[in-house]
Design a protein around this ligand. Structure first.
Ligand SMILES: [Zn+2]
Length: 275
């Protein structure tokens, strides 16, 4: 009997050590990212400075925001893969199945683009392509979900502005990012619409920034990530939706740096339309 008790204790302590190691690694990684972000922000001004969204951004992104972007990109691919697996269970409609196959294609594309972004020097376009593929995967998943229950597939829509990983917007709400900024109507997902309508806080995407966990739209370096999610819509409109935030100031510079404008027929043309 003592042998069994000793064996059980050994297994339990191994499990505890494993969990502790994993937790420790996660905490260390988060601290390292936060320290890197603080170092970057210390050399590139502060929100509100006219030059904050300026030329230093690319160098910043390769250090701290780049590491965080890699983490959230991985998380978004993993989350969509999990939703794809769940959606495949028991689905019989052929149209829905075809849409789910397109989700899988787009997730592979996102993974490839994310890899290229990490490995190709000056490969910022690949970050935008990765989140563009994720947005497309989200739209195909929404169509599959509707078709699977006998409903017509929804029309294309821009992603939820509170967190583009929530998928396509179905509603709009009036929102101001800060008490001092003017309210505007923004596209949001069904769940966030319900939260706001009942007086609760929206599920805003938070990332690690200079102040710790904070909304992505007030964190430098997420412009290309966000613009990819809004591929096919007017990028200047995206900036206007985030007027009064860090990204609202940075995005016009990111568009110009790519040599694209809202009037370019070959660029990110279109308007952000609301349901
Ligand atoms: Zn949402």
């Amino acid at each position: 009997m003592y042998v069994w008790v000793a064996a059980a204790l050994a297994v339990a302590s191994c499990g505890f050590m494993l969990v502790s190691l994993v937790t420790l690694r996660a905490v260390r990684r988060e601290r390292a990212l936060l320290a890197a972000t603080r170092a970057v922000v210390a050399t590139s001004g502060a929100p509100g400075d006219p030059e904050y969204a300026g030329a230093g951004l690319m160098a910043d992104e390769s250090v701290a925001a780049g590491a965080m972007l890699g983490t959230i990109l991985e998380a978004d691919v993993t989350a969509l893969n999990a939703r794809l697996s769940a959606a495949r269970t028991g689905v019989a409609d052929l149209g829905a199945k075809a849409e789910l196959d397109r989700v899988a294609d787009k997730l592979r594309e996102a993974t490839t683009e994310a890899h290229l972004w990490r490995t190709v020097p000056e490969g910022r376009e690949h970050l935008t392509a990765a989140t563009g593929a994720l947005a497309s995967a989200g739209r195909h998943l929404s169509r599959a979900s509707a078709l699977a229950i006998g409903r017509p597939a929804p029309a294309d829509a821009p992603p939820c502005l509170f967190d583009p990983a929530h998928g396509p917007a179905t509603r709009e709400v009036e929102w101001a990012p800060h008490p001092s900024t003017a309210p505007r109507r923004i596209p949001v997902c069904e769940a966030d619409h319900a939260r706001v309508a009942s007086g609760r806080a929206a599920a805003v995407r938070s990332v690690i920034g200079p102040g710790g966990q904070q909304p992505y739209y007030d964190t430098p370096g997420y412009g290309d990530w966000l613009l990819g999610y809004f591929t096919g819509y007017d990028p200047y409109q995206v900036a206007r939706l985030l007027d009064g935030t860090v990204l609202g100031r940075q995005i016009p510079g990111r568009i110009t740096s790519r040599g694209r404008h809202a009037a370019d027929t070959g660029g990110d043309v279109g308007t952000v339309h609301f349901a």
